[in-house]
Write a protein that binds this ligand. Structure first.
Ligand code: UDP
Length: 233
């Protein structure tokens, strides 16, 4: 029984309205926009191209290099421009989340650059960024086993809910809020990102995974539709 109401009236299983579009950065090899409500991410892919300096090349496979940035005007309290520990961590986690679907061995000595910019932030930016980047890689025509879909599960007091807003993330009552971002390979049971900020009892993990699975199925349909529409243009 849910003892609270979500501030925007959503059910615990409801994602925010999603927007997805490819080809938003025409000069990139592939690009996409993905939004969960007021959280808007764009991703642009460049490459594979020869990696310089040469000593950074891997003769066995391409290097996937992600740069995530939360733009300073994307948040209410202006953020200092440029990289931070947070952005470096999210960039690395996004590389780990996306690498398993890419055939990096096909492009030795090269780099695939993925630039992710958050235009507007209302929580869930890393997950929106992963969704956008996955679409942008497909839009670039790179060989991929599947798409990656990502969503944050949260805990409001003792109930798990899908896709938290910033207002929900900041809500501290009872056991406090929890942010549990996950990413999975769309047509498999394989998760490629699992992070946890806050705490969650092990009893709630199966319900959280189920919520993420169901949400990822919805996200996948939105990603696929946008890619198909982009291919027709
Ligand atoms: N945020 C902010 N300033 C910052 C970093 C984050 O206002 O410097 C906000 C922003 O709305 C972000 C939210 O805090 O979406 C949650 O950030 P978190 O680090 O948990 O990652 P996210 O949920 O965006 O993946």
């Amino acid at each position: 029984m849910v003892a609270f109401k979500r501030p925007d009236g959503r059910k615990i299983t409801d994602l925010r309205p999603m927007t997805a579009k490819v080809g938003v950065v025409p000069n990139a090899d592939g690009s996409a926009l993905f939004a969960f409500g007021d959280t808007i991410a764009i991703a642009a892919v460049y490459g594979p191209r020869l990696l310089h300096p040469q000593h950074m090349q891997d003769p066995k496979q391409a290097v996937l290099r992600v740069n995530y940035d939360l733009l300073s005007f994307s948040v209410y309290e202006r953020k200092k421009p440029g990289p931070s520990r947070r952005s470096q961590e999210i960039s690395k986690m996004t590389e780990y989340a996306l690498s398993p679907v890419l055939d990096l061995k096909e492009f030795p000595n090269t780099v695939i650059d993925v630039q992710i910019y958050i235009l507007q932030a209302d929580a869930g930016t890393r997950t929106a960024g992963i969704n956008a980047a996955s679409m942008a890689l497909a839009h670039a025509g790179l060989p991929m086993k599947d798409l990656v879909c990502s969503v944050a599960i949260g805990k409001q007091d003792t109930t798990v809910v899908v896709d938290l807003t910033k207002e929900e993330e900041d809500f501290h009552e009872g056991e406090g809020a929890t942010d549990f971002p996950l990413a999975k390979i769309a047509n498999s049971d394989q998760f490629t990102l699992v992070q946890l900020d806050g705490n969650i009892s092990t009893d709630l993990i199966p319900a959280a995974i189920q919520l993420a699975n169901d949400a990822c199925a919805e996200i996948y349909e939105v990603q696929k539709k946008a890619l198909k529409e982009g291919a027709l243009q």
